[in-house]
Design a binder for this molecule. Sequence first.
Ligand code: UT7
Length: 325
Amino acid sequence: MRNVGITGLGHYLPKRVLTNADLEQMVETSDEWIVSRTGIKERRIAGKDEKNSDMAIKAAREALKDARLDPARVELIIVATISPDSSFPSVACLVQKAVHAPRAAAFDVSAACSGFLYALTTAKQFIRNGVYKNALVIASEKITTYVNWNDRGTCVLFGDGAGACVLKPVAGKRGILSDYIHAQGHFGDLMMVVAEERDPLDQQTKMITLPHIAMQGQELFKVAVNSMAAAVGIAVKKAGLKLSDIDYVVPHQANDRIISAVARKLHLPKEKIFINIDRYGNMSAASIAVALYEAVERKKIKRGDYVVLVTFGAGLVSAANVVKW
Ligand code: UT7
């Protein structure tokens, strides 16, 4: 059994910025409400012609370069997404074609905001068991496709982006030390993509309602805090560590108040937790991948640190990994 580590990182963020001031022109909201309830100041929105796969490919190229991995040698590509270009081909196959990785197996994983850690954990098993020598794991979301821009309760929350990493065997007691992935399907109706139901043969209905996000925010908030705190505890224990051993936490960025509540529950100082929700909002699976990229880039995470990655999302699904960097 080989230890598996993250040996390269990449990211991509669309150029277009949507500020809270912009949203004040679109729905009845205020910068004060959005910042105090969520911590979000602005988010990125993919261009009309910018596909999910375009973002995934850019993040993937940067991760491959950072890991000095020749695309021709890539053996596995997994893309975490709930907003693919279309249901098929998978975004992973589109990435394979663009980066020229003919040897790779490629597939998408659907686990909403927990997708990146579900994909990371899946890819890790293949390398650990010796099936593949490396993997390219990407989280890419054009989640604003599903935003109802008339619903102030949800439209202020989301943004688009992509993050990626390369996994390879690493020497010594380093790399991904533990993983925990879990689902609570009975909470599925707290957040879902809905479209108005109508008879498919109804010729009279002219209005087409687009699928959009529907959410029970308050209920989701409570489950999110409990699920994330529990996931951290389980992953840390599985790694044979104590919470006091943890140097840094990179959480999913759904709401700054959720992150604070998890920190309080676990008695973790907020200085040990990476936050970038103010600049990007909730990018679903891509949030934690971009946060990890920025935490490493800003030297918040150093070689030898014990790092916890933790997420939750629609499904509901939660996940956590402990990584020795
Ligand atoms: O990645 C995964 C999933 N998503 C989440 O984890 C989200 C979890 N939930 C949350 O983050 C929070 O519940 C929200 C940020 C979505 C909402 O915050 P809240 O403190 O739970 O607000 P609320 O839904 O209880 O709404 C409070 C008030 C309501 O007005 P009334 O009924 O008290 O008069 C809302 O209509 O705030 C109103 N409101 C707004 N006001 C201004 C809701 N959205 C807005 C808005 N601007 N954008």
